[in-house]
Each structure stands twice: as C-alpha cells, then as structure tokens.
Design a protein around this ligand. Sequence first.
Ligand code: SAM
Length: 221
Amino acid sequence: MEADPCRREREEMVEFQIRARGIRDERVLAAMQKVPRHLFVPKGLERAAYEDRPLPIGGGQTISQPYIVAVMTEQLEIRPHDRVLEIGTGSGYQAALLAELGADVISVERLDDLALRAQENFTRAGVTGVRVVVGDGTKGYPPEAPYDAVIITAASPAVPEPLVEQLGEGGRLIAPVGPRECQDLIKLIKREGKVQRIPLGGVCFVPLIGQFGWQGEVSPR
Ligand code: SAM
C-alpha cells in the first residue's frame, strides 16, 4: 500500500490553488505539501480534503479553505521557535502547519469535542509542538504571553483587546474582522508599542463567540 495515498492531490492543491494564486513563501508551500490535510477532515470527507473550499468538521464549524489558510500562514511570517497563539483550533490543521514551520503553538478551542478530535488528528498525523487549551480564546492565554504571532481563525466585530495586549514587540496578528457573514482579513504589527493595521482582503469565517467577540450562540450556516 502507498504510504501517502493523497500526495498527488496535495501537490495539485499546492500548485494550482496556492502557488498559482500568489503565495510565494517556499516554507509555507513546503509545509502545505507535507501536512496531510485529509487526516484533519471527518471520516468520509477525505476525498474532498484537497478541494478549494472549507469543509464541515462538526458542531457547525469548518476547516478553512486551503488558500485562505495559506494567506494567513504566510502573513504570520513564522520563524522557527516563534511562540504562536491560535484562537479556534477546529480540526487542528492550521495549528499543524504552524508547528511544521517550527513554531511552538498554543491553540485555544471553545468546544470540548473539537479540541479532543484535534488532538486525535495530531496523533494520527504525527504532529508535535501544539498544546490545545479549552476555553474562551477571546481572552487569549496570558500564562504563555507575550506571543510572536497570534492567529484568530473565527470572525469577530473587532480584534479582542486581550489578544493585542498579549502580542509581543515585533509581533504579528491576523484576524477576520467585521459583520457576522463576511469580514475583512486584517494584519496588525506591533512595534514600539504602536499597532499598524494592514487590510488583506475579504473573507467569510464562522463567528468567534466569547467575552470579547460575538455574544451567545448563532445558528450554524
Ligand atoms: N483553525 C481551524 C482549523 O484549522 O481547522 C478552523 C477554525 S474554525 C473556522 C473556527 C473555530 O473557532 C471553531 O472550531 C470554533 O469552535 C472556534 N471558536 C469560536 N469562538 C471561539 C472562542 N471564543 N475561543 C476559542 N475558539 C473559538
């Protein structure tokens, strides 16, 4: 049996969905070539894992579209041993890519079931270097702050202030910000205490629900 049955699909994803659309960071492209995305989707959806779209992962949540994951990862400018905080573990795929780039990752997930499944996915995929914490990620994770990079993979009306506070000097933060349905992807860079804000384009993410995000449940899309 072939060791990696999806290698060809992953190569095509990287070439035609990612590189062809302008992602240039060879380290990000190599990480996306390496991490087995099909091990991060629910059983029965493996064949769709390399398609150009988000997929359901349970609990009304999604694993994001590969291209958007690539944009966010490239913009985080990860260096080996960076301390990275991810909010919204979901399937664990984004965190696995960050770990593949050499980061030490803390990933916070609000839903117990998803946190558990993500940990199972890491084991199956042989991913180390990610610690999953269950809780309200809008408050960040103060015990390990400051972070070199923060990535929020769910959408909120504004960037939660605790996450900006927990970003270290020279730190990068990427987040979808705006109305519930669709948002602007933004990048913040903290330098000498000042925060620069760079718009990266339109995206549509599930809501970030918590004290500094949206309040209360919303019906799954
Ligand atoms: N990064 C994920 C991946 O690679 O599969 C995709 C994340 S999914 C688009 C958004 C995730 O954010 C969901 O799993 C959802 O439960 C989680 N979430 C929403 N509000 C949250 C909060 N306040 N704290 C932590 N996680 C939250």
